[in-house]
Structure formats: C-alpha cells, structure tokens
Design a protein around this ligand. Structure first.
Ligand code: ADP
Ligand code: MG
Length: 530
C-alpha cells in the first residue's frame, strides 16, 4: 500500500496522472507535507494550492519559484488574490433594489393613495419629505414600476413619468421633457393603430365580410381614420431643448397628455431644487391642469430633501401639492445594518466580511443623519480598499480608511466648487498656517487676502465681507472659527483649518486663477519675514 501511494504521488508530479477528481479523493500524506512546506503565506487559498499539486507540471520547486516566473503579466497578481466581491454593482447608487427593508409603511402609504389611478380616478397629489439617503427615490421608483406593471396587467390606462429636477431644473425643461415623452408614446400608439388598420384593410379587400368584425362600415371609413391618425402624428412636433416660448411648450405638453384618456402620475424628484432654481411656476401650472384637461388627469408626486421648501411656495400651490404628505425618517444604525446585510449577501463572497464591518459602516452612516447611500458607499469603498491591499477579508480598518477617503473626497469637491473669492480667503488661511501662525484672527486673514487679490488682479472685498466668507467656510466644515474675547480689546475670531492642508492647497491651485498665486508665494513669504 505504501509503495502504491508513493508511486502515485510521483506519477502525479511526473505528469502521468491526469484525472483531477480521482486524485483529490485520494489525497495522500505527501500532498499535505508539500502544502505545509510551502509556508503560511500560501496556505490560505487552499484549493488553489491543491489544484496546482494536481497539475502534472507543477512540483514543489515550481510552486515556490512561481513568483519569479517571467511569463507572469501585469494582472496576474491582481487576479490571483481571492476576490472580495461577488457582485459589486449591487452596492452602487445606480442599482435599484427589489427589496426595501424598513420602508414598508411608506411604500404602502404611497400605494394606498396611487391605487385610485388604477380605478381610473385621480389620485391625490403627494409630497414626500426626507433627508438624502433615506430611500425616497428607491421607494418611489419601486412603486412606479409596480403601478405600471399592474396597469398593464389589468389593461387600465395609467402612466408614470419620473423626472429628476436636479438635472431638469427649469420650467421649460420639465415641460419639454414631459411633452416629448407623451408625444413619443402617442406616436407609438398611432403607429401601432395604423398597422392594425392596414391589416384590416387588406382583409376587407379580400373578403368584404371581414368588415363586420370591425367598427368600420367601409374601406373608405378605414382610410379616413388612417388619414386622421397620420395627420395627428404629423402635428405632434417634438419640443426643442431651447427656443420656444414657454406657453407654447406648455400647450404642446397639455395637448399631448390629453390626446387620450389616461391617468398620469408625474414624479418630480428633488423638487426643491426646481423651486430653488426656477420658482414655483411649473408646479402652479401643473397643479391647475386637471380643471382644463378633457380626457386625462394628472397627479403630482413631489419628492424633497428639504423639509422647509414649501415655505417658498404660493399658498395655492402649497395646499394643492401637499394634499398627502409622507415622511421618510432617517434610518437608525440597526436599520442600516439590515439594509447593508441584504446587499452584502449578494455583493460579497461569503466570508469576505469580518463581523465588525457592517455594524461599523452602519454606525458611521447613522451619525451622518441615517444616510443609506453613505452606508453603502462606505461598504463598497472598504471592500475596494481591501481588494487593492490584496487582503483576504474586509476588516474594521478598511472601513475607517474608507470613512477618511470619502470625507476627503467630499472636502475636495466642496473646495473645488467654492467661488473664487472664498478660495482666496481659504488660501490666505492656508498660507498663515503653513507659516506657523497660530491663533489666526480675521485681520491677519484679511491682510494676506488683500495681498493675494493684488497678485492675481481680483476684486478686493471689504473686511466685513471677508468675515462673512470665513463664516461660510466654517459652516461648510472647512475651517473652524471660534469667537474669543480679548478683554478690553473686544472680541475676535480665531480661525484654524479643519481639513488636510496639503490636499486642500493642491485643490485650490488647480483653479486657473489661483494657480498664478504659486509664483506669488515668495512675495507673501517676505511679509512674514518682516
Ligand atoms: P434618497 O432618494 O432619499 O436620497 P435613495 O432612495 O437614493 O435615497 O437611497 C440611497 C441609496 O440607499 C440607494 O442606493 C438605495 O438603493 C439605498 N437604500 C435606501 N433605502 C433602502 C432600503 N430601505 N433598503 C435597501 N436599500 C436602500
Ligand atoms: Mg433621491
């Protein structure tokens, strides 16, 4: 027996054995020895090692030397690590989950209101409130899919149009987008109807009795109806993205919706952005449409991140839009855990997450006003960092790194999009800090600020305005400004930077105007030397 085993082992390495299944069933002591001798580094991906032993060409020496193998390409190492992710897409914001734990109440409330549409009645308008990442968009899209599929099932004319007002942010664009969607749908229907008429005509020409099954008494009547439809389609002119007077766009939309009997639910996501940018005219016009529509009815579902945005609305619009209100409260840490767990089961390989990872992501995101988007970002980023570090599992440390990375990305984005004047003020604070000035006060900032403005030929604001800009930077979490009492000298602000100095400076210098300051720095330096 002993001899048999040995010879089989040798054969294997000599390349005589080739049946993998049979081999693994009879793992011999020698195999295990080899594995032990390879050392701790390689014994983690067990299966891979055993597979290699089965490979006739790979002996002990070759396994060890494999790392230096010149035939290995750039991606081999990266691919070799046991991947952390099974399906990363599931963690991206674009993914629409089929299950939304902890939103059953809100989803049921929406459904209870919108079911009228399936009965051919006009649902009340709905306003949905909640901070970012509380599942508003995901829930609304879920409900709209269900509504449309049910309407198809029962063949009731009900349609949902979703508009993201952060992108489509003027009355013209909202109305144009709606008009064009309905025109497209109308034209599709007309074309389908024309095809049907064409068939009917052919059948009737061959057999005049076929007309009996149709609402038409003669081929001439069919032709007349076809002409009418073609004419309708020709009249439906799509709205260009700019250029028409708004009332023409409105009329086009109105006619397109009213072309046939139906109930239309218009979802205006991020509705607060629309009102902020363009006022409430769009909502006013949409909310008074039902009294004029002859065939169709519309119902509006507004979704807002800002709880107070209705303060800016005309009272009539406000009461019409807010017939029903649904609030999406922030998730707590436990709820976020459930949400993350659901996604993680699909997104990660089993065993890829250590126990602390999901609770820690949930806890960080719960601090961030219960934001599920943030929680998912953290989990995905932690996984990516683990993958990049070629770790076998995602650990607590990866989550902490992810938290820092996301926070830095946020800072970079905020700084990058600051107005030029604020950037100059921030740059002044950075220069002061870099030169070791402590307890920086507004006057010092203003002096350097003025100097910088002169260097790059920018307008110089008053010290008062600069103080305001410092307060804004404070509110954005970029600087920390505390008021300190100077006894009989009154009060002043002590300013310090709350963000990483080098990264922030680098972002500022990517601004083409501030880029010029770099050459001005020695000049500023000279002032400190004095
Ligand atoms: P909001 O529109 O309120 O800002 P979203 O609906 O866009 O928030 O949700 C943010 C992210 O969190 C999305 O990726 C979404 O799929 C996810 N999400 C939010 N709530 C849930 C939930 N209850 N279950 C699963 N995923 C959720
Ligand atoms: Mg949203």
């Amino acid at each position: 027996m002993d001899e048999d085993d040995t010879s089989r082992g040798d054969n294997r390495r000599d390349g005589a054995a080739s049946d993998g299944d049979a081999e693994s069933a009879e793992l011999s002591a020698e195999d295990i020895d080899i594995q032990a001798s390879i050392g701790p580094d390689t014994d983690v991906p067990e299966e891979t090692d055993l597979d290699q032993h089965k490979d006739p060409d790979v002996g002990l020496d070759k396994v060890v030397l494999n790392d230096d193998d010149e035939s290995k390409g750039l991606f081999d190492d990266l691919l070799a690590g046991e991947p952390i992710f099974e399906n990363k897409e599931v963690l991206r914001p674009s993914y629409t989950p089929h299950e939304l734990p902890h939103r059953t109440d809100q989803i049921n409330q929406m459904a209870t209101i919108l079911v009228s549409a399936l009965r051919g009645e006009t649902p009340s308008n709905i306003l949905i409130y909640g901070k970012t990442g509380t599942g508003k968009t995901a829930s609304a899209k879920f409900v709209s899919q269900e509504l449309e599929s049910t309407s198809q099932k029962y063949d009731v004319p009900c349609e949902v149009e979703y508009i993201n007002c952060e992108v489509t942010d003027t009355q013209y664009r909202v109305l144009a987008q709606l008009a064009n969607k309905f025109i497209e749908k109308n034209v599709e229907r007309i074309e389908a109807e024309l095809d049907r008429l064409d068939e009917m005509r052919t059948r009737a020409t061959e057999d005049p009795n076929a007309l009996a099954e149709t609402p038409y008494n003669s081929i001439a009547e069919i032709d007349e109806r076809a002409d009418e439809l073609s004419e309708d389609a020709d009249e439906m002119e799509t709205v260009p993205m700019t250029g028409w007077p708004t009332d023409r766009v409105y009329t086009t939309f109105f006619d397109a919706v009213d072309y046939k009997e139906r109930v239309v639910v218009i979802m205006l996501d991020e509705i607060d952005k629309l009102v902020e940018k363009s006022g409430d005219d769009t909502l006013y016009n949409l909310s008074r449409m039902n009294s004029e529509l002859a065939n169709s009815r519309i119902s509006i579902m507004g979704i807002s991140n800002d709880l107070k945005f209705t303060d800016f609305l005309d009272p009539r619009v406000k009461s019409s839009l807010g017939e029903e209100e649904i609030v999406f409260p922030p998730y707590d840490a436990n709820q976020l855990r459930d949400i993350l767990q659901h996604r993680a089961d699909v997104a990660f390989k089993s065993g890829a997450l250590t126990d602390d990872v999901i609770p820690l992501c949930a806890a960080f995101a719960a601090q961030e006003h219960g934001d599920a988007r943030r929680a998912l970002d953290l989990l995905r980023t932690a996984g990516e960092l683990a993958e990049r570090g070629q770790a076998d599992t995602v650990e607590e440390a990866h989550v902490r790194q992810a938290q820092d990375k996301i926070e830095l990305d946020r800072v970079v984005e905020v700084v990058r999009t600051l107005p030029t004047q604020s950037k100059i003020v921030l740059f002044a604070i950075i220069l002061l800090e870099k030169n070791g000035v402590r307890n920086i006060n507004t006057g010092e900032v203003f002096n350097i600020y003025k100097r910088l403005c002169e260097e790059i030929d920018a307008d110089i604001l008053t010290q008062r305005r600069v103080t305001d800009l410092i307060s804004e930077l404070d509110m954005l979490g970029i600087v920390n400004a505390v008021v300190v009492s100077k006894g009989r000298y009154g009060r002043t602000k002590e300013i310090s930077l709350s963000v990483p100095i080098d990264e922030t400076e680098a972002v500022l210098l990517t601004d083409s105007r501030l880029g010029d300051i770099e050459s001005a720095q020695p000049f500023v330096q000279a002032r400190f030397d004095n």
